[in-house]
Design a protein around this ligand. Structure first.
Ligand code: PLP
Length: 395
C-alpha cells in the first residue's frame, strides 16, 4: 500500500525499537540488562490498583466526557494549584490516554504549516516528530553539557522570530536529567513577555522525581504566562503507571476545548475506571512516591559513580528524573555505534544520544529504572566489553 506523504515526516521513539531488539536477543537465550526505557520498575501503588478494581465493579466501564470525568478535572486542577501555587479551574484541564497525546494534540491544535516551534535538542523525540508531521518548522534549541544540560538563554532569545508559534520546555528533562531553576524560568518568562503571541508547552511529567534541594517550578507561575502555557503532566512516571495510559494537560479554556474536540475525534474519552484510579493517585497517600524517589537517588549515585570509572566516559550527576547522559566523545565512535555494540556485545540496552536529536551526538542515555544489582552488573559488563570496542576501532 502506498502511504500518505506525511507519513514520511513522522519520527519515532527509539526506546521501543531497542526494546524489540533486546527482546529478540533474549528470545535467543541472551541475558540483557534493560537500561533503555523510561519506565519505573516499581508496581503501581496498591491503593491505586485497588481503586481501579472497585471502580470496574462500580460500573465505571462506560464512555465518559472527552475532557474527563468532572471529579477527575477537579482533581487535576486542585493538584496543579497545590503543587504550583496556581489557580486553575476544572474547565482548564483535560485527561488523556498518556502524556504523549498532550504533545500530539497541542501541536495539532496550535500550529499551522510554516509556523516555527522551538524545542529542546536533545529532547523527547516525539516533539520533533510531531512538529515535522504537522508541517511546522522544527527549530532546535541546543541543550549542552557545558550549561549543565540547560540552554543558553541568549541563544534561546535569538531563535525567536515573528514566525515562532510555540516553545516546548521540558524540566526536569528527558534524556539529560537537566533541570530549570526558578531563576532560569524567570529569565525565560521575561523574554517571552516581549513576544505575547508565543505559546509554551511545558512538559513537567518528571516534576516529582527530584533529588536533594531541587524544587520544581512551572513557567506558568510567572506573570502573564499561565494564559499562554499548556502544562503537560502525567501518571506514568510519578505513580509507575506507564501501562495505564494516563496523562493530562492544563491550559487556556479555549485551547482545552479544542483539544477535547480532537479527543472526541480520536479516542472519545480516557478509560473511566482508570480516571477513578488516577483521582486516588493525586489525592491518596504519597508515601510510595517518596520511597520510589529515594530508591532512584540511590541508583543514580551508583550509576554515575560506575560510569565515571569507565574509560572514555564522563558523567554529570543529574538533579532530577531517572536518566543519565554520559559523554562518550573520547571513545571516538558515533554514539549509535557504541549503543549498538553495548547491546550486542555486553548485553546492556541503552540509547544513543542521537535518538533524542542531532545535538545528542557524543552521548548515551541510560535509564536507571532498574535494580542496583543490575546497574552494577551492567557497569561490569560494559567495562569488560570496551577493550573489544577499541580492537574493533583498530581493525
Ligand atoms: C519528557 C516526556 N514527556 C512525556 C512522556 C510521555 O509519557 P506517557 O507515557 O505518559 O505518554 C515521556 C515518556 O517517556 C517523557 O519522557
Amino acid at each position: 500500500m502506498k502511504l500518505a506523504n506525511w507519513m514520511s515526516r513522522l519520527g519515532t521513539e527509539t526506546a521501543f525499537e531497542v526494546l524489540a531488539r533486546a527482546r529478540a536477543l533474549e528470545a535467543q537465550g541472551r541475558k540483557i540488562i534493560h537500561l533503555q526505557i523510561g519506565e519505573p520498575d516499581f508496581d503501581t501503588p496498591k491503593n491505586i490498583r485497588e481503586k481501579a478494581k472497585t471502580a470496574i465493579d462500580e460500573g465505571y466501564t462506560h464512555y465518559g466526557p472527552s475532557a474527563g470525568l468532572p471529579d477527575m478535572r477537579a482533581a487535576m486542577a486542585e493538584y496543579l494549584n497545590k503543587t504550583r501555587g496556581l489557580n486553575y479551574i476544572p474547565e482548564e484541564t483535560i485527561i488523556f490516554p498518556g502524556g504523549k497525546p498532550v504533545m500530539f494534540f497541542t501541536i495539532m491544535a496550535l500550529c499551522n504549516p510554516g509556523d516555527e516551534v522551538i524545542y529542546p535538542n536533545p529532547g523527547f523525540p516525539i516533539y520533533e516528530s510531531m512538529i515535522n508531521f504537522i508541517g511546522a518548522k522544527a527549530v532546535p534549541l541546543p541543550i549542552r553539557e557545558e550549561n549543565d544540560f540547560n540552554f543558553d538563554i541568549k541563544e534561546f532569545e535569538r531563535l525567536i522570530t515573528h514566525k515562532t508559534k510555540l516553545i516546548i520546555l521540558n524540566s526536569p528533562a528527558n534524556p539529560t536529567g537537566g533541570f530549570l531553576e526558578k531563576d532560569d524560568l524567570e529569565k525565560i518568562a521575561k523574554i517571552l513577555a516581549k513576544h505575547p503571541d508565543v505559546a509554551v508547552l511545558s512538559d513537567e511529567i518528571y516534576s516529582r522525581i527530584l533529588y536533594g534541594s531541587a524544587k520544581h517550578h512551572s513557567i506558568a507561575e510567572f506573570p502573564g504566562m499561565k494564559e499562554r502555557t499548556i502544562i503537560l503532566e502525567g501518571f506514568s512516571k510519578t505513580y509507575a503507571m506507564t501501562g495505564w495510559r494516563l496523562g493530562y494537560a492544563a491550559g487556556p479554556k479555549d485551547l482545552i476545548t479544542a483539544m477535547a474536540r480532537l479527543a472526541t475525534n480520536c479516542h472519545s474519552c480516557t478509560a473511566s475506571y482508570a480516571q477513578i484510579a488516577a483521582i486516588e493517585a493525586l489525592q491518596g497517600p504519597q508515601d510510595d512516591v517518596v520511597k520510589m524517589v529515594a530508591e532512584f537517588k540511590r541508583r543514580r549515585d551508583v550509576i554515575v559513580a560506575g560510569l565515571n570509572k569507565l574509560p572514555g566516559f564522563t558523567c554529570q550527576t543529574p538533579k532530577a528524573a531517572f536518566y543519565v547522559f554520559p559523554n562518550i566523545k573520547k571513545l571516538g565512535r558515533p554514539a549509535k555505534q557504541v549503543a549498538d555494540f553495548l547491546l550486542q556485545d555486553a548485553g546492556v540496552a541503552c540509547l544513543s544520544g542521537t535518538a533524542f536529536g542531532a545535538f545528542g551526538e557524543g552521548y548515551l542515555r541510560f535509564s536507571y529504572a532498574n535494580s542496583v544489582e543490575n546497574i552494577q552488573e551492567a557497569m561490569k559488563k560494559i567495562g569488560e566489553a570496551l577493550p573489544r570496542l577499541e580492537r574493533m576501532t583498530a581493525a
